[in-house]
Write a protein that binds this ligand. Structure first.
Ligand code: IPT
Length: 933
């Protein structure tokens, strides 16, 4: 019965693969070579993933399945304190914050987890993970100061139990626990030790690591007093830096990218190995993907593997995602955190993904690599070589790199043969000798498996280059070339195959005193078309489709869950006699290679609606003198913990009054003399922010907010008071809308950056004594969280939400005055079922300088658009936040520094595949079912 149910579910494509290990407890240890689980050596190949940058939990499974399909066996996850804690003592782990669910998905998909709860995480996210309310807590952050200690103990008391429950040692998948982040300046060993003691007291029993940046030896047993030392120190390597604008010429400015060994008794751990870049210079993420492209990935990563002997890797980022809401740390990033990663922000697989897959499959098929020592390498004239060897099996791994930029033709002595070799400029290969029956090869190994009593090896090389593979055979075997051109010779117990890497050659070898064997000899591209999935009843190899999510072998059927970008072939190597793809039977024939070949359909065409029903409404009543601010907070503090002194009294820093997110309004009341000539203001907003000023309802203008740099002018603006606007003895009101961005990080661990204020830091109108009121975010959205909404009038009144009654709003003229204007449009989407269509909002034309726009999809703040913000013109609308079959509401808050004609966006398909994972709408309140504050 159980089997029948499994069959039905598997055929229907519903069976969620679960790691064989789930639910049973395991022992985790390590030695100088590698981590071990139940005594088995593990090569950890992880990709960094930030759940908080993808606000649709069903899509977490999509990304994790994509990572697994690329050969990763782990993910590394930062947990952002700021994302879970909107106010002191308040924590939320539900909905898009349900990290227990994330860790369950990782278990189901079969991925180890490196858990990184900080408390400090950097990550170009607001506050570097610190909640902004921490600015008002005394005691230096990232130290053993009591105030900070109490605050982070509260965070860890919430997050540690969730992590602990999911450890490998308790049947889960958390394999490593990372304390702090690049904690190398202004360090405090007592604090570093306490993080670990707290973790242990909370039940963390997997090895503890930390990621070091600058002094790789930090927190090793021999560093400093030894207090705070971690078991497995990790090292961050970013060889390409972040100069995306010069991608074409940059090559390793930040060093060779070889991870140092830090402790003699621990394995080498590449804790963050560069796999993309932040777009520091607004070059666009396509340029960052080029900076860290296939060539970089081959040369530096393969180099690191062999030169360092690392057996644990984490690639930063595997999928970058989106700084939705106010998640961005504004000095370094804007809305997109695409990162030029292997999986793009719109969840598409890029060229780089397939290079990760080639390397990942290789790593997973050579357990011999988990225990190696450096050995002398064979020479290859004109090329750089280095080697490592497994002392138990004699298997050797030879790195061959072309350090120059032009192709090199050479030979290398492998296994007693001088094998011809040609490497393109900056190309790198890892060649293997002595791997079971594989004596030597100048092709690289993609993967190997024994399937239905036959050994299959997939080997590959650059298209057009020569390849030779030498195999041990006790006696002369029968060689049949099924496809392609391969010549075979046998002598002295060795079968030698010579060929040119081209298309996909297939060679069947039988007899010779061993199991039958199928050799698949491909190019980079044809090798990348293979997918492998290890089912409970053995491996399945699939050629074709565009992503194999899982496979199951059930009663003679290979049940695949796969995505296809277009109609095409699917070839399955397995013991099965029939195939289903996504639950549907596929007509298949048996090929001469002994595989089943059929075809899969592509996605159905998608029509997206035009966004043509825009309505428009101006707001900003706060600018009007008569506006009732009696319920606003009085701003009258005279001191703050910020190292940045206020320029005038009282202290107007918005964090002091509990307003940490996005826009903040100020109203300053004073009695005029009539002699005032200027209003002089200063604001610190973080990079990309601004502020707009009204006096007695008259718009005076706007200025850029100050940025991180403490030495520069803190966002100074001097505004002329129009003659006659102020009258002697009459009440006057200065209204200021400050567009605060996210919060600075605390990379330097000295509080200076992190405690930098947001909002007004000085205000003067003549000599008037000003009485201030302040208003920011007015309600905590229970689903979208504390980082979604700022304090615009429309945000406070629910204009961003679906269901808000905009019936009385006029059709949009799209011409807006200086100030704040909203546009709204409802549209219906009906995307085909059983397929994954990724949708984005696109703005055409030049990015406007005169205004900025905050974009809300169904109430979720999905991004900010404007020349002052960044180069971004496409904004991803994640499935689930986008109702794929239903009504959606777009709301655009335009903050204009001058009268403008605004551009409205249109919908585009960013990618479409048949397949995908089921995605439900992310539950979130609309106007009708919550009370606005
Ligand atoms: C490294 C950080 O650990 C990580 O959080 C992130 O900020 C990354 O950089 C850049 O995206 S810091 C390293 C570059 C010195």
């Amino acid at each position: 019965m159980k089997i029948l149910l499994a069959l039905v579910l598997a055929v229907a494509g519903l069976l969620v693969p679960s790691s064989a290990a789930a639910q049973s407890k395991h022992t985790v240890t390590y030695d100088k070579y590698s981590l071990t689980v139940d005594g088995e050596r593990v090569l950890l190949q992880a990709a960094e993933f930030h759940y908080f940058r993808l606000p649709s939990p069903d899509l977490w499974r999509d990304i994790l399945e994509k990572e697994k399909a690329a050969g990763f066996n782990g993910i590394s996850v930062y947990f952002s304190w700021a994302f879970h804690s909107p106010a002191p003592g308040q924590y939320d782990f539900t909905g898009v914050r349900d990290v227990d669910r994330l860790l369950r998905i990782a278990e189901e998909v079969g991925l180890y987890v490196i858990a990184r709860p900080g408390p400090y995480i950097n990550a170009e996210t607001t506050g570097g993970g610190f909640p902004a309310w921490l600015k008002t807590v005394p005691g230096r952050a990232r130290s053993s100061a009591p105030g900070y200690t109490a605050a982070y103990h509260d965070w860890l008391a919430h997050i540690n139990p969730i992590i602990a429950k999911h450890q490998v040692t308790r049947g889960g998948s958390v394999l490593l626990y990372n304390v702090e982040n690049e904690y190398a300046v202004n360090t405090d060993a007592v604090y570093m030790q306490d993080l670990q003691d707290t973790a242990r007291a909370d039940g963390i029993d997997v090895p503890i690591t930390t990621n070091n940046c600058c002094d790789a030896g930090s927190w090793s047993s021999t560093w400093g007093s030894g207090l705070g030392a971690v078991q497995i120190p990790g090292v961050d390597d970013y060889p390409q830096s972040f100069d995306c604008g010069n991608a074409a010429t940059v090559w390793g400015p930040w060093g060779a990218g070889v991870t140092e060994k830090v402790r003699e008794d621990a394995p080498v751990f590449a804790a963050e190995y560069q796999a993309g870049a932040i777009d520091l210079n607004n070059a666009g993420y396509a340029a960052c993907r080029e900076l860290t492209g296939v060539q970089y990935t081959k040369y530096f990563q393969k180099g690191n593997m062999i030169l360092s002997g690392a057996t644990a890797f984490n690639y930063y980022m595997g999928f970058g995602g989106t700084n939705w809401g106010w998640l961005a740390q504004p000095n370094d990033v804007y809305t997109s955190y695409d990162y030029g990663a292997a999986i793009s922000e719109d969840r598409q697989l890029t060229d780089k993904y397939f290079e990760y897959k080639r390397q990942g499959y290789f790593l997973q098929s050579v357990p011999q690599l988990t225990k190696t020592d450096a050995v002398a390498a064979p020479a290859a004239p004109g090329l750089e070589t280095a080697a490592r060897s497994n002392p138990d099996t004699g298997t050797s791994f030879v790195l061959v790199r072309n350090t120059g930029t032009t192709p090199v033709t050479s030979t290398i002595d492998l296994g007693g043969y001088a094998l011809p070799l040609r490497l393109d400029g900056h190309d790198a290969k890892i060649l293997v000798t002595g791997l079971d029956d594989l004596a030597a090869s100048s092709s690289e190994l993609l993967t190997r498996a024994t399937i239905a009593g036959r050994d299959i090896k997939v080997l590959y090389g650059t298209a057009g280059t020569p390849g030779t593979t030498v195999l041990n055979y006790l006696s002369k075997p029968v060689v049949r070339v099924l496809d392609g051109q391969v010549s075979a010779t046998y002598s002295g117990g060795k079968l030698r195959l010579d060929y040119t890497h081209e298309g996909l050659a297939r060679v069947q070898v039988t007899g010779g005193g061993q199991r039958p064997q199928l050799l698949l000899l491909g190019t980079d591209d044809t090798a990348a078309a293979f997918w492998r999935y290890d089912t409970a009843s053995g491996p399945v190899l699939v050629r074709g489709t565009d992503l194999l999510r899982s496979a199951a072998l059930i009663h003679g059927t290979a049940a695949l869950r796969a995505d296809s970008n277009a109609a095409g072939p699917v070839e399955v190597f397995s013991p099965a006699r029939a195939i289903t793809v996504n639950g549907k039977p596929v007509a298949a024939r048996t090929s001469p290679s002994g595989s089943l070949i059929g075809s899969v359909p592509g996605p159905r065409a998608v029509t997206l609606p035009a966004l043509s029903g825009w309505k428009q409404q101006a707001e900003a009543p706060e600018a009007r003198p008569a506006f009732d601010d009696s319920r606003w907070t009085v701003a009258d503090k005279t001191t703050s913990l910020s190292p940045f002194p206020p320029l005038t009294q009282p202290v107007l820093f918005s964090d002091e009054y509990g307003f940490h997110t996005g826009s903040v309004w100020y109203r300053g009341h004073f009695t005029a003399t009539g002699a005032e000539t200027t209003a002089d203001l200063n604001a610190i907003t973080g990079k990309r922010g601004n502020y707009l000023v009204w006096l007695n309802g008259r718009y005076l203008g706007a200025a850029a907010g100050g940025v991180e740099d403490e030495t520069g002018s803190p966002g100074a603006g001097s505004f002329t008071v129009p003659a006659g606007l102020l009258k002697a003895g009459q009440p006057a009101v200065l209204s200021v809308l400050v567009q605060n961005m996210g919060h600075n990080d605390d990379w330097t661990a000295d509080d200076n950056r992190f405690r930098q204020p947001r909002g007004l830091i000085g205000a003067r109108v003549g000599d008037a004594a000003i009485a201030w009121k302040i208003q920011g975010t007015a309600w905590l959205d229970p689903a979208r969280g504390g980082l979604n909404n700022g304090g615009l009038y429309g945000e406070r009144a629910g204009w961003s939400l679906p269901g808000f009654a905009d019936r009385s709003w006029p059709a949009a003229s799209k011409s807006v005055p200086a100030g704040v204007t909203w546009l709204r449009d409802d549209f219906r989407v009906d995307l085909p079922a059983g397929q994954d269509t990724s949708v984005a909002l696109r703005f055409d034309g030049a990015i406007p300088a005169g205004y900025r726009a905050i974009l809300y999809l169904n109430g979720w703040n999905v991004g900010q658009y404007g020349a002052a913000i960044g180069p971004q013109t496409d904004f991803v609308l994640p499935a689930g936040v986008l109702h794929q079959n239903g009504t959606n509401t777009l709301a655009v808050a335009v903050i204009a520094e001058q009268p403008s004609t605004v551009a409205t966006p249109h919908l585009v398909v960013a990618g479409s595949q048949r397949g995908g994972v089921p995605v439900r709408d992310v539950p979130a309140p609309d106007r009708r079912n919550h009370a606005l504050g």
